[in-house]
Ligand binder design. Structure first.
Ligand code: ZN
Length: 158
């Protein structure tokens, strides 16, 4: 059920849900290739998809090849300001920092860091919440999530 997900009372629309579900598909593709199941879609302020990304840490051997970073890198830098990042999992501190430097306007994420940590307590992770980190930045990025969390957590069990 779509409703209010943010402390600002923002309601997500059908486009938001569709983009987040695309991020979930990308997470499943990553998983199928042996990578961590995370996907991301970057959508410009005009509503057009700028880039997609998925985790590729195993398949590329690049340890910081996270979905959100890959989406930002794949997008036209001239168009990322004000964009929205849809991420199947809550962005880590590294990716949250990247979203700040790229001057995104908003992030909508699925599975929260606490939920993922509860499921996989021994897996490496950084506990800093995306909203907590971005709140400290000079550029404001709105954070919405968790959204569709059950669906987004399901990617961890292919
Ligand atoms: Zn990350």
């Amino acid at each position: 059920m779509i409703g209010r997900f943010t402390d600002h009372g923002e309601v997500l629309d059908t486009h938001d849900v569709a983009h987040l579900r695309r991020a979930v598909q990308l997470a499943r593709q990553a998983s199928a290739d042996g990578d961590a199941p995370y996907g991301a879609v970057l959508v410009g302020a005009d509503g057009l998809v700028l880039a997609e990304g998925r985790n590729a840490t195993v398949s590329t051997g690049e340890l910081i090849s996270h979905a959100e970073l890959n989406a930002i890198r794949a997008a036209d830098p001239a168009r990322v300001a004000g964009a929205t990042m849809y991420a199947s999992g809550e962005p880590c501190a590294m990716c949250s920092g990247a979203m700040h430097w790229a001057r995104l306007g908003r992030v909508v994420f699925g599975a929260s860091i606490p939920s993922i940590r509860t499921m996989f307590p021994t897996s490496p992770s950084i506990g800093t919440r995306c909203a907590d980190l971005l709140r400290t930045g000079t550029h404001r990025v709105q954070v919405i999530g968790p959204v569709l969390e059950e669906e987004c957590l399901a990617v961890f069990f292919p």
